[in-house]
Design a protein around this ligand. Structure first.
Ligand code: URA
Ligand code: SF4
Length: 207
């Protein structure tokens, strides 16, 4: 089975993890992507935000949530009372998966499958073990399935505080929609208000 496990160092903290992840060959997604997009933020962060996978901009810049979805997320976090610069931000899958009709054509995001999510899980587990956040904000269905299993339904649990054991540790989580889904929504304003309101639940759980 595909797995990042043999690439994950047992010590050295976030710098060692980031360096090792740059060379991960745990699944086929490294082949077409530009680079590994590892999590970003302080090991002392109180909140960890988990998205799906890097997008086009993230793949080019090597940092999570720097494109349009990231801009929207930062704005929503600030409005909810969470300082984006104090959060640790990462993704369930660390390489950009895409389809491209022809070289030089636009790269279109493709959702990672269960095998790729499972393969990449050891990186997320290692980030959780180092950062030990007080709260995990789960951004959308892929992050939810990666952390909580395939029965996860974002519509059923968004905006609530869940307590679950994850990779052997008791964690508190607040799920919400993925910021990209707000950008795609027919009623963007309502979708955005919903995201902010879920993030307010996270802010309350942190105070
Ligand atoms: N969407 C994600 O899930 N993660 C990113 O880093 C960017 C967009
Ligand atoms: Fe490794 Fe994850 Fe990239 Fe697959 S997606 S190669 S498991 S870092």
């Amino acid at each position: 089975a595909y797995t990042a496990e043999p690439f994950v160092p047992g010590r050295g903290g976030l710098p060692a993890l980031r360096e090792a992840a740059a060379g991960c060959r745990g699944c086929p997604l490294h082949r077409d992507a530009t680079q590994t997009v590892f999590g970003d933020g302080s090991k002392d962060a109180r909140v960890m935000l988990v998205g799906e996978q890097p997008g086009d901009q993230e793949d080019r810049q090597g940092k999570p949530f720097v494109g349009p979805a990231g801009k929207l997320l930062d704005r929503a976090l600030e409005e909810a009372g969470i300082d984006p610069s104090e959060a640790y931000v990462t993704n369930a899958v660390k390489h950009f998966k895409f389809t491209q009709a022809e070289p030089r054509k636009r790269r279109i995001h493709k959702a990672p499958n269960l095998r790729e999510m499972t393969a990449c899980g050891p990186w997320l587990a290692a980030e959780l073990a180092v950062v030990e956040p007080e709260l995990i904000v789960v951004l959308g269905a892929t992050a939810g399935k990666a952390l909580l299993g395939s029965s996860f339904r974002v519509t059923q649990v968004r905006g609530t505080v869940l307590e679950e054991e994850i990779h052997g540790r008791p964690e508190r989580l607040v799920p919400t929609v993925h910021p990209s889904s707000v950008l795609r929504s027919d009623d963007r304003e309502a979708a955005y208000r919903g995201l902010v309101s879920d993030l307010e639940v996270a802010a309350d759980a942190l105070s």
